[in-house]
Ligand binder design. Structure first.
Ligand code: COI
Length: 356
């Protein structure tokens, strides 16, 4: 159990007003959580302080070799006025899986959840209440040793910042176009693909720029060895409805194990759908699209929630999915997931956790 010191700001910022367009990740709250790690001492000095810039040596290791990790979570304002988190234990577990891969010291899961809870509690008045809006939570850890040798750092900073946000995509729930990338790859088995670390996202930018230039919102990655099997999209996992079945790439070491992905699989099974987690080749997808068996495509992610995909491009094939509207399964999953998150419907799985 952490002993968290709290220093409240004396100069609170103006909060966004109801009806203001929040976008995603532009606005930050009054406070942040900070905790240090020092080899031999462990994690120490847990504190909540006013949100501010931090000062690091230009030689801090994170700037040079990218030893860092991050998480993505949200806090929701329920209809009952209470604040809720969604499956925070999953983010705590994934943090340690990422940390293990990046040689970053583990954080006890209960401490991680306690820290998230505490900082959201302090800034609970920042949770926006508009349709589809929430408080995006960004925990992250950076290596802070002042040293240019390639080795794990002996000191780290764990921080949590908070950002009132709306939809991740400017288009909201309108279907997005996705570019299936056949030149660059994101990750390979044995690499860092399953870990939530900045390097994976840095590696994705070049293809994202290319896709944007062609009018597509995001990139769908193929496996790094054969460039044949579907992996994930830049900011979300991907799910298909093919011939009545829900199909999604199985976790193979190079795909991020999304919390929303896991929740969607469980919800689909609960709703009676047959769900397959397996290898899906891009050829299978193209022929399912051509035969009309590719009924729905959607992305899943904390930021992206359920994001319908209306168009997939692979080389010379442009596959149009559905009629330009969100498909019925995607809509049902969106309503169920957000209904649980905002406390509008029952939570049979016990995923909603009140912030206290
Ligand atoms: C999230 O969905 O929380 C993520 O971390 C994706 C991010 C790249 C926006």
């Amino acid at each position: 159990m952490l002993n968290i010191k709290i220093e409240k700001t004396t100069t609170p910022k103006e909060k966004p007003k109801k009806g203001d367009k929040l976008g995603f990740g532009h606005i930050f709250t009054d406070h942040m959580f900070v905790m240090n790690y020092t080899e031999g001492k462990g994690w120490h000095d847990a504190r909540i302080v006013p949100f501010s810039n931090i000062s690091l040596s230009p030689a801090a290791m994170v700037y040079h070799y990218g030893q860092e990790m991050f998480e993505g979570m949200k806090a929701y304002k329920g209809e009952d006025g209470k604040a809720y988190l969604f499956r925070p234990d999953m983010n705590a577990k994934r943090t340690n899986n990422t940390n293990d891969r990046l040689c970053i010291p583990r954080i006890p899961e209960d401490d991680f959840v306690q820290a998230v809870n505490a900082v959201v509690d302090v800034d609970r008045d920042w949770i926006p209440e508009g349709e589809g809006e929430s408080l995006y939570i960004r925990p992250f850890i950076i290596a802070t040793d002042e040293f240019l040798g390639v080795a794990p750092s002996k000191t780290y900073l764990f921080m949590i910042i908070l950002s009132p946000s709306g939809a991740y995509y400017a288009s909201g729930l309108a279907p997005v176009g996705i570019w299936i990338e056949d030149e660059y790859v994101r990750a390979v088995k044995g690499g860092m693909g399953f870990a939530k670390t900045g390097g994976n996202y840095a590696a994705s930018l070049i293809a994202q720029v290319k896709a944007h230039d062609d009018g597509y919102s995001q990139v769908l990655w193929l496996d790094g060895v054969e460039r044949k099997y579907i992996e994930e999209v830049g900011a979300m996992n991907i799910v298909f409805k093919i011939n009545g079945k829900i199909v999604t790439p199985m976790l193979n070491g190079s795909i991020l194990p999304g919390v929303t992905r896991d929740s969607v699989i469980k919800m689909c099974k609960h709703l009676g759908y047959e769900v397959e987690e397996r290898k899906i080749s891009v050829d299978e997808l193209v022929s399912a699209a051509k035969s009309g068996e590719l009924e729905e495509v959607f992305g899943t992610g904390t930021a992206a929630v359920i994001s319908p995909v209306g168009k997939l491009r692979y080389k010379d094939d442009v596959m149009v999915i559905g009629d330009g509207n969100i498909g019925p399964v995607s809509q049902k999953l969106y309503d169920t997931l957000t209904g649980i998150q905002w406390g509008k419907i029952d939570d049979p799985m016990g995923w909603r956790v009140e912030v206290k």
